[in-house]
Design a protein around this ligand. Structure first.
Ligand SMILES: Nc1ncnc2c1ncn2[C@@H]1O[C@H](COP(=O)(O)OP(=O)(O)O)[C@@H](O)[C@H]1O
Ligand SMILES: [Mg+2]
Length: 218
């Protein structure tokens, strides 16, 4: 029997362990006889990679909060049309490191852009595509920063602002999860990677099974 694919997204603050878990997930799905498609946002198409460069290396280029939102959505829209939809339609498992929950958490909850506007524009950009499963890796901001830089954040004003920003991102994610608990599953990202992986796989396996996808687990 031919099935539609499954769309899984990974979310969480910087350095919480998304890429580590995504890598383990993609490797394990291959071991189980699948050909997962791995993507990370923003990126994944020629246009989206150009937008990624603008967003991640802005240097002295001013980008307003609204312009930033539109750039993320432009990159996402191209990715959905060109890559994600065709892959799902052909029955593949698509794993995406960040997707639209990042927009709500960062541009909405942390930067303060209106959530209803984000919803409307995101729906337009994605044709209403919703992930089948979203794994939210929850970790305290200080613990994440320690993973990223090996240091605890300093206490000057700028550092405090940064920490407060990432706290709002984290709280925003948890709020999203509480509103949509069937799709967004919160995983405690504090234990070691092997322990976190157990939960990643448990939730993924459950979702794949609900979608009728067989796993050839060795
Ligand atoms: N569960 C974990 N415990 C401790 N360190 C971790 C864990 N998961 C990832 N790391 C390390 O933390 C850093 C950030 O992880 P990464 O997966 O790149 O996070 P993200 O993609 O969310 O930014 C990396 O150096 C990684 O090896
Ligand atoms: Mg990463």
């Amino acid at each position: 029997m031919k099935h539609q694919g499954v769309f899984i997204t990974l979310e969480g603050i910087d350095f919480c362990g998304k890429s580590t878990q995504a890598d383990m997930l993609v490797r394990h799905l291959k071991e189980c006889g699948h050909e997962p498609l791995f993507l990370r946002e923003p990126g994944g198409t020629a246009l989206s990679e150009k937008v990624r460069e603008i967003l991640l290396n802005r240097g002295d280029v001013d980008v307003t909060d609204r312009a930033e939102l539109l750039l993320f959505l432009a990159a996402r829209s191209q990715l959905v049309d060109e890559v994600i939809m065709p892959a799902i339609e052909s029955g593949r498992i698509v794993v995406c490191d960040r997707f639209y929950d990042s927009t709500y958490a960062y541009q909405g909850y942390a930067r303060g852009l209106p959530l209803d506007v984000i919803t409307e524009m995101n729906t337009f950009a994605t044709f209403g595509l919703v992930p089948d499963l979203t794994l939210l890796y929850d970790l305290a901001v200080e613990a994440a920063q320690q993973r990223g830089t090996g240091t605890v954040p300093a206490h000057d004003r700028l550092e405090k602002e940064k920490v407060d920003f990432h706290r709002r991102v984290r709280e925003g994610y948890l709020e999203l999860a509480s509103r949509d608990p069937d799709r967004i599953r919160v995983i405690d990202a504090d234990p070691d990677p092997a322990e976190v992986w157990k939960r990643t796989w448990e939730l993924t396996r459950q979702s794949l099974s609900e979608h009728g996808i067989e796993l050839d687990e060795k």
